[in-house]
Design a protein around this ligand. Structure first.
Ligand code: AMP
Ligand code: MN
Ligand code: MN
Length: 327
């Protein structure tokens, strides 16, 4: 165990109160990581608050304990230690969340994004881990923390959603060993997978139909792209979390190497989701050119609009990088 790891353990043991944060537009790994570590700390007798800039998305409300996720309160949050989870940059924690914890002096940053600059006082960034939830599972076991049912299930949701249901290349032997351990600890695989994957609102299927109508394949069939305008979002009553994972549909097209999803946000900014199927094409590198980041095979950007301009700039960069990486 290296020195930072030992220090994190020491901070967890010697402090009494913690506030756990995760990124804006939280996914299964963000909320799952908060619940996994938070309930383990609570079972060890600590005080914990769970704060997310955008609150709990509807698609994750089935998670045990998820009602504890709060949006940032107006008053200052008093805690000994802030722990940022699954969040590549400090800014991605959100302005209100950052303001709420501004009075807390000690920061731990636990993440698996290779673009994470290490903005905590203690940083544990393991880009070899397919999910922050897997890092936390290893910590909980290594530190001898309790593993209550909420944490057990949250770890599974975190890792399952970030690995495309244990499919992506980043899935490791440890991932499957961890899953086996969780099942032995009482995790109900069929039940939890049905809640994650077989329980989508009709809106999401309508959204899929609308997205397919915008599908374009370019770059000699290697780049698939679709887009979502505010107008369509409003017409369908789509919620932000409804598009989670849909990009996998166009990523799966034969011959496609890069999938790019453009979404217009209410403030006019454009949210870009990028996926690569080939390690020679580094999605994180291309997203970083526009101020974004993430992992080699899954990355994102929040950039200035308008849509048509953002789309052309990003797709040109993708095609240039594809040509360079093939050469
Ligand atoms: P998404 O397409 O939103 O599922 O994001 C793919 C991956 O890239 C996730 O691990 C995100 O946390 C990360 N990511 C998305 N947007 C950004 C951004 N603007 N800056 C840094 N990382 C990002
Ligand atoms: Mn995430
Ligand atoms: Mn993650």
């Amino acid at each position: 165990m290296n020195e930072t790891y030992a220090q994190i353990r020491q901070w967890l043991e010697s402090h009494e109160s913690f506030v756990l944060l995760s990124h804006v537009r939280p996914d299964g790994d963000a909320i799952g990581s908060q619940l996994a570590l938070g309930f383990a700390l609570e079972a060890a007798g600590k005080k914990v608050r769970f704060i997310n800039e955008d609150g709990l998305p509807e698609n994750l409300a089935f998670m045990a304990g998820s009602e504890r996720i709060e949006t940032p309160p107006d008053e200052a949050v008093v805690a000994d230690v802030v722990i940022a989870l699954d969040t590549a940059t400090r800014q991605r924690l959100g302005e209100k969340a950052l303001a709420a914890v501004a009075g807390c002096g000690k920061w731990i940053n636990i993440d698996h994004h290779k673009s994470n600059p290490g903005y905590g006082d203690l940083n544990w960034i393991d880009s070899g881990s397919p999910a922050t939830g897997q890092i936390l599972y290893q910590m909980i076991r290594a530190f001898g923390l309790p593993l209550p049912a909420e944490s057990r299930d949250a770890i599974y949701v975190a890792v399952s959603t970030d690995t495309g249901s244990f499919q992506y290349a980043g899935t490791t032997a440890e991932t499957y060993e961890m899953a086996a351990d969780l099942v032995r600890c009482g995790l109900e695989v069929g039940k939890i997978n049905a809640l994650i994957y077989d329980n989508h609102p009709m809106r999401r299927v309508e959204l899929m139909r609308a997205l397919l109508n915008t599908l374009e394949v370019r770059g000699k069939g290697q780049v698939a792209t679709w887009l979502l305008s505010q107008q369509t979002m409003q017409a369908l009553g789509v919620r932000p979390e409804d598009s989670e994972g849909l990009i996998d549909i166009i990523r799966a097209i034969q011959g496609v190497i890069v999938a790019v999803f453009f979404e217009e946000l209410p403030d006019g900014k454009i949210r870009v989701s990028m996926r690569s199927k080939d390690l020679r094409f580094d999605a994180c590198k291309v997203c970083a050119m526009f101020g974004g980041g993430g992992h080699s095979l899954a990355a994102g950007i929040r950039m200035a609009g308008p849509m048509a301009e953002a789309r052309e700039r990003v797709l040109s960069a993708v095609e240039e990088e594809l040509a360079a990486s093939a050469g």
